[in-house]
Ligand binder design. Structure first.
Ligand code: NAD
Ligand code: ZN
Length: 361
């Protein structure tokens, strides 16, 4: 295929509209995108793995390498980046061009939003999670101390270019994390989209066209919600499905379990509680779980202390007063938010889940 751009999605935003393009020629797309004065913010692993493609651009444009870890995504971590931009003559009319996963994205977006009261930025997502989820939706957060994503705002890129071939170098862990993260969109969307994901799941790991279709569908589903509720005030909140529990798992395992795999456990916990409360049939939970088991296989949870887990759940941004704001399941396409008391019944259910449900892993 010689065509550079093979798919296009337009996203409406209160801040500014933007487009997502897919490309099968990374070097050509980067060449067409880069303007004089643009600064490349690059995941150091991508710099290493794709040095042949990148070398000509790195000799023509200034760049900053990012070590993609959660410590880097913090006030302290971004100080040297801002310092370099100022020292090297970055101006308000120049742009930041981010190439990397969600960490590189969040660092670049956050800096772009505050630098000179806002500069333009372009994003080439290189992980499955960033391609199929985080690249759209405008969220820009960095961590504060030990707490994740505490400081930030909404500031979408001016353009996103997806090169599906970046997936070739992605580890099994990051592939599964991306597949887990995307699954929650398909359950929220409804049964037809869930069946599409389910029937393509296995092939997605070794057929890049199948994977690109899942990525595109995931973005289309997300687009429908972020265009109506960009600032996460109402309907977008259903995408926290699996996330209250997932964040607690990430925090208790000190990020040993990556986000999309933690969310996969989180979806199963939400489904388990939903069955227990008579909201959804057990068969629905089983169908979803048979995919989730493939995602979390090889990434078992070590002993989870239930009291510490409940404490972590209490930190969730969606909680109201003493109640937890959980996203529960009434069926495909019927994911909803419910306030739940942290009473003995709830704590016992969580204890029972960890005791009985994860034994065969
Ligand atoms: N802003 C948002 O809307 C949003 C949404 C979801 C998650 N996030 C954030 O994204 C972060 C997680 O992002 P992520 O999962 O994309 O991963 P990441 O950026 O942490 O990268 C994961 C690992 O993969 C490596 N990597 C990246 N691309 C690669 C490639 N093509 N081949 C080989 N290795 C590659 C990185 O160097 C890193 O080691 C978290 O900090 C999370 O909070 C943000
Ligand atoms: Zn997520």
């Amino acid at each position: 295929m010689e065509d550079t751009l093979i798919y296009n999605l337009k996203i409406k935003s209160v801040i500014h509209d933007y487009e997502v393009d897919f490309t099968n020629n990374f070097a050509k797309s980067l060449d067409e995108e880069l303007l004089d004065g643009d600064f490349i913010i690059l995941d150091s692993k991508i710099a290493e793995l794709y040095s042949q493609d990148l070398t000509p651009f790195l000799s023509r444009h200034k760049s900053i390498l990012i070590n993609a870890n959660e410590q880097q995504k913090s006030y302290q971590g971004i100080i040297p980046v801002i310092q370099t931009l100022i020292n090297e003559g970055f101006r308000k009319n120049h742009r930041l061009v981010a190439i990397g996963g969600g960490i590189t994205q969040d660092i670049t977006a956050f800096i772009a939003s505050i630098m000179y009261r806002g500069v333009k930025w372009i994003f080439f997502p290189t992980t499955l999670l960033a391609q199929g989820d985080s690249c759209i939706g405008s969220k820009t957060s960095i961590n504060f101390g030990e707490y994740k994503n505490q400081v930030g705002g909404f500031y979408p890129p001016n353009r996103i270019i997806i090169y599906p071939d970046f997936m070739k170098s992605l580890s099994d862990k990051e592939m599964k994390s991306g597949m887990g993260e995307m699954l929650h969109y398909f359950v929220v969307s409804g049964e037809a989209d869930f069946r599409m994901y389910e029937s393509n799941f296995m092939n997605a790991f070794n057929d890049k066209d199948v994977l690109a279709q899942i990525v595109a569908k995931s973005l289309e589903i997300k687009k429908g919600y972020i265009e109506k509720d960009e600032f996460d005030q109402n309907i977008r909140q259903v995408f926290n499905y699996g996330h209250s529990f997932g964040h607690a798992i990430e925090s208790l395992t000190k990020y040993r379990i990556p986000h999309g795999i933690a969310v996969s456990y989180g979806m199963d916990m939400a489904n388990y509680l939903s069955v227990d409360m008579g909201l959804v049939k057990d068969s629905v939970r089983r169908e979803i779980r048979s995919i989730l088991e493939n995602i979390w296989k090889g990434f078992p949870l070590a002993d989870i202390d239930v009291d510490t887990f409940i404490q972590a759940l209490r930190k969730d941004k969606k909680n109201v007063g003493n109640q937890l704001g959980l996203i529960l399941n009434k069926g495909y396409g019927q994911i909803f938010k419910q306030l739940i008391d942290v009473d003995k019944i709830f704590v016992d259910r969580i204890r029972q889940y960890f005791k009985d449900e994860l034994n065969d892993l």
